[in-house]
Design a protein. Sequence first.
Length: 110
Amino acid sequence: MSTERLSDLRLRAYLQLVVMGAPDNFPKSGPFTGNAALDLEHAFRDLREGARHFEAEYGAERLDIVDALLVAAHECYAAGEKSKGVQLLRDVIEILFPNRFAEEEVPKGT
């Protein structure tokens, strides 16, 4: 993943990939090498850089909170505390995508 602006959908998908793959079960393709420590570092660097592209949409303060949560989640995963890391990533998802399960409003008559 490059640091180009990501769509909401791609950032959400990448967050879910990290939830499912971290710390040592990332796919053996794309940017991932099979080296758990390097893959974990790469994934969190990409998440932090990718989230920063939403600053105009979410605001600097909200993104600072997200960044701190991502740093903490990375530290948890690196320390072997996977469940804490997962919870922190879920907190990030909730902050960035609070309405992800809301139904879209469909205009009447369509």
